[in-house]
Design a protein around this ligand. Sequence first.
Ligand code: COA
Length: 156
Amino acid sequence: MTPAVAVHLAVAADASDIAAMSRELIEHGLPWTWRPQRVARAIAAVDTNVVVVREEGVLSAFGIMEYLDDDAYLVLFAVRRSRQRLGIGSAVLRWLEAAAVAAGACRIRVDARRDNVAARSFYNEHGYHEVRITARRYSGQVDQIRLEKWLRARPR
Ligand SMILES: CC(C)(COP(=O)(O)OP(=O)(O)OC[C@H]1O[C@@H](n2cnc3c(N)ncnc32)[C@H](O)[C@@H]1OP(=O)(O)O)[C@@H](O)C(=O)NCCC(=O)NCCS
């Protein structure tokens, strides 16, 4: 059953936990680039939404979305391993998609590791199409797949 989760805008105090989860679930085997300071800058940035789900004080999920012209870019996104397959990722994604629509974005783009079956299935389930594979995109080792979802037609 999907737990009732509340999605909140992140505050500076969330930066360390987000960075740690990125290192464990997203950047594993690669250089750790999303360290606390970088996350804190994203939290403070006006063109970026950083959101979190906390359950009993523990970080369960987070998402970082940047806005660039007509596009929104889902930069980082993860759900704690023990809380996956409960609908929490879907709740966070729906929140970010609603924010992107409100911001007037035409499209959301997201990149994932090509071998990340969970992420590809998750984004496919939410209407994202796979558009491009870039070989050895991450640290010259890991293939990347680009996905995108159109929210509305691009203005002429
Ligand atoms: C991808 C991820 C965010 C999904 O979060 P989640 O909270 O587990 O997703 P949900 O429970 O909302 O899943 C919704 C649907 O997505 C699909 N899905 C999610 N995880 C899946 C998996 N491991 N395998 C296959 N399909 C999956 C399913 O269709 C699922 O519906 P179902 O559970 O009813 O079958 C999570 O697995 C994760 O954090 N992975 C590690 C970090 C990562 O890869 N981030 C994304 C790249 S930046």
